[in-house]
Design a protein around this ligand. Structure first.
Ligand code: C5P
Length: 232
């Protein structure tokens, strides 16, 4: 499993996205397409970015009944993305159905990872609104174990949780981690952040980096700095 930096392309139009990607003339970064861009531009944006030679993490976080998720994953698989995701809260049956839907006739499929608890969900909200009395760390480990049981490849989590997930699910279970900032950079609205170098040390397999690259004066230089710190 190769370590890589994934750029979160959180743009609202194809035009802004291509203006950004056009800056990269020497390399083809792995990119993340989220709900905003996908809902704005539809599946064609995925095909166009793929045609330009980028690997794609399609971050749509599916969560529905198993049959609906299975059929939707089959559609996403035909878009030839490299990685996609769902909410582990959909339970093991839903995750197994997703894997079935994602697997192409020739046996290949994109990587499938699960969101455990969103970083915006606090222990207090889990307790008061969702009536979940376990600690947030226990639910993260349990949801990650469920994802592993269902046959998924890994989870999205904070880099600070990656070690805990690896300890419980094994080294080969992937951790894809947002919340990355340069030591001398702006934190913005992220709370629990680490640097690319620290994420590497903790054991993240992929870091997802948005604004430290997309809002940088020189995005290509910022991307290269990330790769140098994280991949080496
Ligand atoms: O700009 P920034 O580096 O904060 O972007 C991080 C990306 O990772 C965004 O696309 C955000 O939606 C996503 N993400 C996150 N925290 C999670 C899950 C996804 O920041 N728990």
């Amino acid at each position: 499993m190769g370590k890589d930096v994934i750029i979160a392309c959180d743009f609202s139009s194809a035009e802004d996205t291509f203006n950004f990607l056009d800056k990269f003339t020497d390399e083809k970064p792995f990119v993340k397409i989220g709900m905003e861009l996908f809902y704005a531009e539809g599946p064609s944006i995925v095909r166009e970015i793929k045609k330009r030679g980028h690997k794609i993490f399609l971050d749509l976080k599916l969560h529905d009944i198993p049959n609906t998720v299975k059929k939707s994953m089959a559609v996403l698989s035909r878009l030839d993305v490299d990685m996609t995701n769902l909410h582990a809260a959909g339970t093991v049956d839903m995750m197994k159905a997703a894997l079935e839907g994602l697997t192409r006739e020739d046996g290949t499929r994109p990587l499938l990872i699960a969101v455990t608890q969103l970083t915006s969900t606090s222990e207090e909200r889990m307790k008061n609104e969702l009536l979940i009395n376990a600690s947030i760390n226990d639910t993260i480990v349990k949801y990650a174990s469920n994802a592993k049981l269902a046959g998924l490849d890994g989870v999205v989590c904070s880099p600070l949780e990656a070690g805990m997930v690896k300890d419980n699910c094994g080294k080969g279970f992937m951790t894809v981690t947002p919340g990355v900032r340069f030591a001398d950079g702006d934190i913005g609205d992220q709370v629990r952040v680490t640097t690319p170098a620290k994420a590497k040390e903790i054991g993240s397999d992929y870091i997802v980096v948005g604004r430290p690259i997309t809002a940088a004066e020189d995005p290509v230089a910022a991307y290269r700095r990330c790769v140098e710190e994280f991949v080496g």
